[in-house]
Design a protein around this ligand. Structure first.
Ligand code: NZQ
Ligand code: ZN
Length: 394
């Protein structure tokens, strides 16, 4: 039986070529008088996007102050820097120009500006937010889905802990999405993003509860779409239509749509990957690709029909009477897809070699971060998590 649900996706989407030229209009709608503009390691400087955005703001008389230097697996220290700068400058809006790391940093700054204590409390889940400054974004990579999601993920670089904080306050007011802006991405980042998009739907798809046909159909269509266009972009990176398909899929994959009427999904791979991101600073999507097959082989017997549906409806596998055979063909087809776009299917291919002690430490940290057993298909305890890291370590 389908579960009851609530669904809210309040972010205004402004999609298409040249959409970033509408930034001043959008900030005016938000009544911003002074905006904190957050960006990453320089791609938006090199492409000229940042200069264009600031020029539009100047022309419209919107004050601004900039904070650059956000790194992938974004650091807590940059968040603190942003909160201090935002307070000193009296900003009233936070604009992220970049990818998930930049948007997540903007969200964390926005939580911090509305809070008297240490913003890390939220990420440690010892406190919860009751308000947040408004955030908007100009997206430059289709991946994390942070442009419409309620989440943000920050790494405390002193401890190596990468932690997520999700509340409805975290949903951005608007997202400017121009697929052309993603054409400067290196292929590895494009494909890591495509993997993350697909995984946001797979995490929701693999569940032990009954699902809605409509939710499954949307999810399966989204997964097939992402695979098709990721493969096109692997050889034709300037294909605007495929860039557009991926960008819109990224938002739909993580605004909650593909998990409606279920228990919300499994999310074990994400939790396991966050520990790898915290310890080894790997690209998030690539880390997910490296883990997924091992997770799937470890848990599929708990929900075989979901894995059969995935094999048949997403990968077009001919079902056989032998369930295991069909399931394994589906898992292998997913791994073949990862390889076809240059993504890893093991920790070695990802380029990391954790020691046994590090695998145990990641499992313990993951279990603690989840506040207990994690997963919907199978509830993983610390030893299960360790076993999956071991399976992936080849
Ligand atoms: O920093 P710059 O110079 O901008 O370079 C970035 C960065 O090196 C580069 N890049 C982005 N757009 C570009 C570009 N390079 C050339 N041209 C462009 N147009 O790409 C690199 C990766 O950027 P990043 O923002 O880290 O990518 P992504 O969007 O994949 O974000 C990953 C982060 O999001 C978190 C991940 O854990 C990770 O920390 N996630 C956030 C979620 C959320 N808030 O809902 C959910 C996800 O599951 C995920 O956990
Ligand atoms: Zn993700």
């Amino acid at each position: 039986m389908a579960l009851d649900f609530e669904f809210m996706t309040p972010t205004k989407i402004v999609f298409g070529r040249g959409s970033s030229d509408k930034i001043a209009e959008l900030l005016k709608e938000q009544n911003s008088r002074k905006t904190l503009v957050v960006y990453g390691g320089g791609s938006v400087v090199r492409s000229g996007l940042l200069a264009r955005v600031l020029a539009h703001m100047d022309a419209a008389g919107i004050g601004h102050v900039e904070l650059g230097g956000v790194v992938p697996n974004p650091h807590l220290s940059k968040v603190y820097e942003g909160i201090e700068l935002g307070r000193k400058e009296g900003v009233d809006f936070i604009l992220a120009v970049g990818g998930g790391s930049t948007i997540d940093t903007a969200k964390a700054i926005a939580y911090g500006l509305a809070y008297d204590g240490d913003v890390w409390d939220f990420y440690e889940h010892t406190k919860t937010a009751v308000s947040c400054y408004p955030v908007g974004s100009i997206l430059t990579i289709a991946a994390a889905g942070s442009e419409t999601s309620n989440g943000s993920v920050i790494t405390n670089e002193k401890t190596g802990s990468k932690r997520a904080f999700d509340t409805e306050f975290g949903r951005p007011k608007f997202a400017v999405m121009d697929p052309e802006l993603t054409m400067t991405l290196p292929d590895y980042q494009t494909q890591s993003g495509a993997t993350d998009i697909m995984m946001h739907t797979m995490e929701r798809y693999f569940t032990c509860v009954d699902t809605l046909d409509i939710t499954d159909s949307i999810a399966e269509g989204l997964m097939r779409t992402v695979m098709k266009h990721a493969q096109i972009l692997h050889t034709d990176p300037d294909n605007y239509d495929s860039r557009a398909e991926l960008m819109w899929s990224g938002s739909l994959a993580h605004n909650g749509l593909t998990g409606i009427g279920t228990d919300g999904g499994d999310w074990s791979c994400h939790q396991l990957e966050h520990e790898m991101g915290g310890m080894f600073d790997v690209a998030h999507g690539a880390g997910l690709a490296a883990l997924w097959g091992s997770w799937a082989r470890y848990v599929w017997k708990e929900a075989p029909q979901r894995f059969v549906n995935f094999a048949v409806r997403v990968h077009g596998i001919e079902p056989s009477e032998n369930t295991e055979e069909t399931v394994l063909k589906g898992i292998e087809a997913q791994e073949a897809f990862y390889r076809s776009i240059g993504m890893p299917t093991s920790l070695k291919e990802l380029g990391i070699a954790p020691t046994d002690a590090q695998k145990k430490e990641m499992a313990q940290r993951c279990y603690a971060a989840c506040g207990g057993p994690q997963g919907s298909v199978k509830k993983l305890d610390t030893d299960d998590m360790y076993q999956i890291y071991c399976l992936a370590d080849h």
